[in-house]
Design a protein around this ligand. Structure first.
Ligand code: SF4
Ligand code: FES
Length: 251
């Protein structure tokens, strides 16, 4: 099939940026969306033009690097997949497809479709870890964990840190991302020692980075490639309030 890509081109943070149209012919329905960009970039390189910069790594929905807003939807029209798992069978011959970067103030554009997501790294550094010495992989039954807790922790741990939730949120909130990390670590025994400080420090860093507050609109979970559910945000807020209350009571 033949398609037209209207791609956001921006040479750097000081460039205003603009949409540029590219016709791409003979696109196979079995190609991934990123492979179409590979084909386009090969053509641009051969003709001496600047290829489109875009983030990608694993190309199997694990790393969280791919990040494109496709026709206004973070990660595109297919529910529960990252951009790298989107295939051209989701489109039809003659489509004109708009492709833009994540748009949120804490994710400034570096070039074209690549944004700086180091704000997420700083939120993790603020508290998204455990300090319990876990040693080498122990026997699975050494630390008993209730099945519901391990299931909840596992579901939250599926977050790949892509940032689609922020790109989709009208408030530019990263509450789904932070909630996923807090739920993942806070549901396990190894995560208990820092549970209060984790919630407080991650919330403070979230706000310091310029992410907005959550007003439970739900756009985040609708675009999340791992279908992280809104209840992790309730857990996030509950842990922050619990930590504040305990600190107040200790005074
Ligand atoms: S919660 Fe979902 S959309 Fe947000 S960073 Fe994690 S995987 Fe990506
Ligand atoms: S390239 Fe790794 S999740 Fe898409």
């Amino acid at each position: 099939m033949n398609i037209t890509l209207r791609v956001w081109r921006q040479s750097g943070k000081d460039d205003k940026g603009r949409m540029v149209s590219y016709d791409v012919e003979d696109v196979s329905v079995d190609m991934s969306f990123l492979e179409v960009f590979d084909v386009l970039n090969e053509r641009l390189t051969l003709t001496g033009e600047d290829p489109v910069a875009f983030d990608h790594d694993c190309r199997e929905g694990i790393c969280g690097m791919c990040s494109m807003v496709i026709d206004g939807i973070a990660h595109g029209p297919q529910v529960g997949v990252a951009t790298c798992q989107l295939h051209m069978r989701s489109f039809t011959d003659g489509d004109v497809i708009d492709v833009e970067p994540w748009r949120a103030e804490p994710f400034p554009v570096i070039k074209d479709l690549v944004v700086d997501r180091s704000a997420f790294d700083r939120i993790i550094q603020a508290g998204g870890y455990i300090s319990a010495p876990t040693g080498s992989a122990p026997d699975a039954n050494v630390v008993p964990v209730p099945k519901t807790d391990s299931d909840n922790a596992f579901d939250a741990a599926a977050c790949i840190g892509c940032g689609a939730c922020v790109a989709a949120c009208p408030n530019g909130s990263a509450a789904l991302f932070v909630g996923a990390k807090i739920t993942h670590l806070g549901d396990l025994p190894q995560g208990q020692p820092e549970r209060d400080s984790r919630a407080l420090h991650m919330a403070q860093q979230h706000d310091a980075e310029g992410f907005g507050g959550c007003t439970q609109i739900g756009e985040c979970t609708a675009v999340c490639p791992k279908e992280i559910q809104l209840d992790v945000i309730s857990r996030f807020h509950k842990d922050v309030l619990g930590a504040m209350w305990r600190r107040q009571s200790d005074k």
